[in-house]
Design a protein around this ligand. Sequence first.
Ligand code: GTP
Ligand code: MG
Length: 286
Amino acid sequence: MKGVPWSVSISAGIRIVLLGQTGVGKSACGNTILGQKVFRSASRMNAVTTEYSEKHATISGRSVSVVDTPGFFDTEMRPGKLMTEIGKSVYLSSPGPHAFIIVFPVNMRITEQEQQIPQQIEMMFGEEVLKYSIIVFTRGDLLEEEPIETLIEKNCTLRHLVQQCGGRFHIFYNKDENNREQVNDLLQKIDSMIEQNGGEHYSNQMFEDAQRYRREEEERKLREEEEHSENTEFTKFFTKYGHHLRMSAFAVGRYELLGDVISACVVGVCHGHVTQHAQTSLCVML
Ligand SMILES: Nc1nc2c(ncn2[C@@H]2O[C@H](COP(=O)(O)OP(=O)(O)OP(=O)(O)O)[C@@H](O)[C@H]2O)c(=O)[nH]1
Ligand SMILES: [Mg+2]
């Protein structure tokens, strides 16, 4: 695909990965895009999707592949296991997705935690990932009065969220299953994004680079923490026992010197005289 303008290969397939917190409507978006109920989507207190899966369909003559994911932002999984899990989304979308869709419901309170989701995605997938990302707001049917554009304009938290993805966003009405216009509009937005990216998609290589960088960063932090804790331990120990140590060092020095003086005296006695200097030193020390 390199070097080929995207508009030339517009009939090419599109690979999409859905990301977002649990229950935001990821699977519902997948079903809307593909025009079929292929992913399980339901209203439940706990997670509905627990496995990664890929489904595809032909839309307006184009092959569209969608990877649905569990909501991994609120997970307590170990970082290593989490990365292996997340990696599945990229490999299922091999050789790599053209678009990551980050899902938020319109009626969700965007707090600092939600605002950090694009950064979390960046940490997981690498710094280039947001060039390939677009935000999709679900539950468009629950919007009251004002259109989403006005809400984004008025609300700086929401604006910041969208700006992190190059200002790209779209609204979905997942309950309006026959509304294909919303899907065609989304695919058009994805096409423009691909064109901006020179026809390139996010790649497995980018994910592996991001993983390596993350591992190195973790190792560096661990080393720093270890060094810091060793220093702290030593400082604590020295503050507590420094005085005793100094005294002991002084005493050892004194005894070593004393040993020298005594041996000088012994040698002196053997040779029939003890020098005045040895005698004075011995008196001072004892
Ligand atoms: N009214 C309305 N409800 C929606 C919309 N999109 C999703 N929902 C509902 O939101 C609930 C959760 O949707 P899911 O698709 O299961 O969400 P998910 O993000 O896949 O959830 P997990 O798999 O648990 O992470 C379901 O009851 C959907 O019907 C929408 O646009 N409008
Ligand atoms: Mg789901």
